[in-house]
Design a protein around this ligand. Structure first.
Ligand SMILES: [Zn+2]
Length: 105
């Protein structure tokens, strides 16, 4: 496991801004499909968790929907948000979903 220290605070902000400026702040995945969409996420092509580096070469600028899509490709399941997801067993992960409520008699 390489010792990758992510920049935080002001230095991290400047790094993010610089990376977004590389594609004029546009989503490069949409750009590849001829669409012009504002990027909101600087994504690591090889996730840091998988040994990717925190270098510009390993980043790409994505919009929210593209970020979710590549997350599905990389991790094989939808990234869950706010507990509104479905687990690997096909059951909802949210504790207040009706399926997860105890049966009332
Ligand atoms: Zn996009």
């Amino acid at each position: 496991m390489p010792n990758v220290e992510r920049l935080r605070g002001r230095a991290g902000q400047a790094q993010r801004t610089r990376r977004l400026a590389r594609t004029d702040g546009l989503c490069e995945r949409c750009d590849g499909k001829g669409r012009v969409t504002l990027a909101t996420v600087v994504d690591h092509i090889v996730p840091l968790a998988n040994g990717g580096t925190d270098e510009d070469d390993n980043t790409r600028n994505l919009c929210d929907p593209c970020h979710l899509e590549v997350g599905v490709e990389q991790f094989g399941h939808q990234v869950t948000r706010e507990g509104r997801g479905v687990g690997r067993n096909g059951r909802p992960t949210s504790p207040d979903h009706p399926w997860n409520q105890p049966h009332r008699t």
